[in-house]
Design a protein. Structure first.
Length: 286
């Protein structure tokens, strides 16, 4: 079976459906998360399991496209294949540090899209430049900060997002409009144990569109690829224990699960497990 021919109409259906839905108020532009996952049950003796890179619409949790990757180090190459399957003009893509090389940022600029990218040690000079910006007080450039506090599950979680324009004009990073710092401070209420994390990033969103509040929401929403897709496929459809391994079958089965999740979400179901039980008990309703 040709997996690309099988997935193309499913992806086109998902993309057109997402484009027709109203965007979330906090993210009026269509936003996508680019993220990868490995199908653990597809691992063969002496060979790794199928690894899939997918693009997920933030606000509806629908997978718009996916592409098989030989191994996780080749996610960048697979990402370039995904660009060809997606309309990027006027849209926004969030991605983690593994997918933050210079040429990906240039691709987003060339295709008229916007990006929110996390910067870590795979871009050492850029990360050092951003860290220096936030180590120094503002020198004429705009600095804005947003903060949130969440209490639940036995934890107090404080987050902040700070944006600066200090590197604009000094850095040749493609499409750079702002740099940002994200901080996370978690206190476990029972033990009072504290954990602090700080990450840096770049975005092509100008301050009017990329406010600290919005960037904080976009980065948090990025991980919905796990909560709304990968986690659902594993927990509800038991994907990781599926042992179909022949040819392209693991990817095809993942595409069918993605489509099922998309159909259920468009039917108004937020709890996919409960929806599966309801439709299994009432076939006519399905």
């Amino acid at each position: 079976m040709n997996r690309d021919e099988f997935e193309a109409p499913l992806g086109a259906w998902a993309d057109s459906g997402v484009a027709s839905l109203p965007a979330a108020p906090e993210t009026p532009a269509v936003a996508m998360a680019l993220d990868g996952t490995t199908l653990r049950g597809s691992k063969k003796p002496g060979a790794p399991g199928t690894h899939l890179l997918s693009a997920l619409a933030h606000h509806v949790g629908v997978t718009r496209a996916q592409h098989a990757v030989d191994d996780t180090t080749k996610e960048i190459t697979a990402g370039e294949t995904l660009w060809g399957q997606l309309v990027l003009e006027g849209r926004m893509v969030t991605m983690d540090a593994l997918l933050t090389p210079r040429h990906v940022a240039q691709t987003m600029v060339d295709k008229g899209g916007d990006s929110v990218m996390i910067v870590k040690d795979n871009q050492p000079q850029l990360r050092a430049d951003i860290a220096l910006v936030f180590a120094l007080p503002p020198a004429g450039d705009r600095q804005e900060t947003a903060r949130t506090v969440d209490i639940g599950h036995g934890r107090i979680e404080q987050r902040h997002s700070t944006t600066r324009e200090a590197l604009v004009g000094d850095s040749d990073w493609p499409g750079l409009a702002q740099v940002f710092e994200l901080g996370r401070h978690v206190i476990t209420q029972k033990t009072t144990e504290e954990r602090v994390e700080v990450v840096y990033g770049v975005t092509s969103l100008h301050p009017e569109r990329g406010t600290p509040e919005r960037l904080l929401d976009l980065v948090r929403s990025h991980w919905q690829s796990e909560n709304k897709s990968h986690g659902v496929r594993d927990v509800t459809f038991d994907e990781d224990r599926s042992q179909v391994r022949g040819g392209n079958i693991p990817q095809v089965m993942a595409a069918l699960r993605n489509t099922t999740i998309g159909l259920l979400r468009w039917a108004g179901s937020s709890n996919i497990a409960a929806a599966c039980r309801r439709f299994a008990a009432q076939p006519d309703l399905a």
